[in-house]
Design a protein around this ligand. Structure first.
Ligand SMILES: Cc1ncc(COP(=O)(O)O)c(C=O)c1O
Length: 408
């Protein structure tokens, strides 16, 4: 089978995808293949019990399912040890855990936290809150208009006061990939740590945390063919060991007495309460699925779709692509505006033709301010999308202004 035949076969494994629907909102969440749905179902049918708590066989199987998922996730991003993987609900929770826990003991008055203007609100608000709480300064760092982080700007933001830098690996609006390895080197030279938001990178490219040398990485299972409700905070063990718990309760302790408490080892210290085993099992199945398809097919197909969409949009009068005009700068994400038409109207018109795109500020209002727009539309691709879907999207997009009575 050649690549496009293989992709068609893989697409058949997604029960929700059919010929009618052009689902181009994959940056928001992806659809799920049968193997993921089956794995979750199998877990609940065969292995479900409260993990860690029981000594009976069923509970041990639940514990094993959960810990195997942790091992698989660690291998997927090449973490040095499974214990460096903390399971949370999603990237937002990972970033909140990190900001609350790390800043509490590592940030003081006069310190600086550097956050890029292109961060999703989930990678902006927790830092902003904690910086304000600790009397630290939130330093804004701006990419160029294409979303590129330049050394000059980075250098101007880093100082001996910088304690941590929060940066996305791929912008959920501009689709630009940041050179995290290079940036991490500079951040470390300045004596600070770097937290990477991998919500839009981990599903679309090989991410190797040891090669990048990032201190933390956050991502969501549901954006990479896994179920909703499971996400990951990766952290280097040397940092995690020193961090305090974020949530308190069952399973995160070693001993509890009225007057003295000791906490469990990492990662359990950060996973209070009954954990989401079904979600972790689903995430592990999603990782198996990605490994089976392979990065070559995923990345090549997403590049083809992105290039086709961008070339097509450039041919439609009065539709403007936001960010770089170069398709190589967009990792499966194309954001655009139609002159005179509100993005919600654009998405609504496309939606009526069963073409799903996102409209709004994409939880990145500081970036909207920086770009001088209020909101935009976004088409975002997964490898299961087809060129025919992109063409349908372009055909419907080309009708929007006419349908609303605007002449060209
Ligand atoms: C770059 C980025 N970071 C963080 C998030 C938050 O992810 P979640 O809603 O799964 O917590 C998103 C979601 O779209 C995102 O695109």
């Amino acid at each position: 089978m050649n690549k496009s035949e293989l992709i068609k076969e893989y697409r058949k494994q997604f029960p929700l995808l059919d010929e009618e629907l052009a689902y181009l909102d994959n940056a928001a969440t992806t659809q799920k293949p049968s193997s993921v749905l089956d794995a979750v179902r199998r877990y609940y049918e065969k292995d479900n019990a409260n993990p860690f708590r029981g000594v009976y066989d069923l509970s041990e199987r639940a514990t094993e399912s959960y810990e195997n998922a942790r091992k698989k996730t660690a291998a997927f991003i090449n973490a040095a040890a499974p214990e460096e993987i903390i399971f949370v609900r999603n990237a937002s929770e990972a970033l909140n855990l990190l900001a609350y826990s790390w800043c509490e003991d590592n940030l003081a008055e006069g310190d600086e936290v550097v956050v890029s203007v292109m961060e999703h609100h989930s990678d902006f608000l927790p830092w902003k809150y904690m910086a304000e709480k600790k009397g630290a300064k939130l330093v804004k760092f701006e990419p160029d208009e294409n979303g590129t982080v330049t050394d000059a700007v980075l250098d101007s933001c880093l100082s001996e006061k910088t304690k941590i830098v929060a940066l996305t690996q791929v912008s959920n609006v501009l689709g630009r990939v940041n050179d995290i390895k290079h940036i991490a080197e500079k951040v470390h030279l300045a004596g600070a740590l770097i937290s990477v938001d991998g919500a839009q990178s981990v599903p679309h490219m090989k991410v190797d945390v040891q090669d990048l040398d990032c201190d933390f990485l956050s991502f969501s299972g549901h954006k990479m063919f896994g179920p909703m409700g499971i996400g990951v905070l990766y952290g280097k063990m040397e940092h995690l060991e020193k961090m305090r718990p974020f949530m308190y309760g069952g399973e995160m302790i070693a001993t509890v007495h009225w007057d003295r408490v000791t906490y469990a080892e990492v990662p359990h210290k950060f996973e209070a309460g009954t954990v989401n085993v079904g979600g972790a099992v689903g995430l592990a199945a999603a990782i198996d699925f990605i490994n089976e398809v392979g990065w070559d097919i995923i990345e090549t197909q997403e590049e083809i779709l992105t290039a086709r969409a961008m070339a097509g949009i450039k041919n439609i009068d009065k539709v403007r692509i936001i960010g770089s005009q170069n398709e190589a700068d967009h990792k499966g994400i194309v954001t655009f505006c139609v002159e005179d038409v509100h993005p919600h109207d654009v998405a609504d018109i496309l939606g009526r033709a069963e073409v799903c795109v996102r409209a709004g500020h994409h939880c990145a209002q500081p970036l909207m301010d920086f770009l001088g727009v209020k909101s935009t539309c976004r088409a975002s691709f997964a490898f299961y999308n087809t060129e025919e879907e992109v063409d349908r999207f372009l055909t419907e997009l080309s009708k929007v202004r006419g349908l609303l009575g605007y002449g060209f």
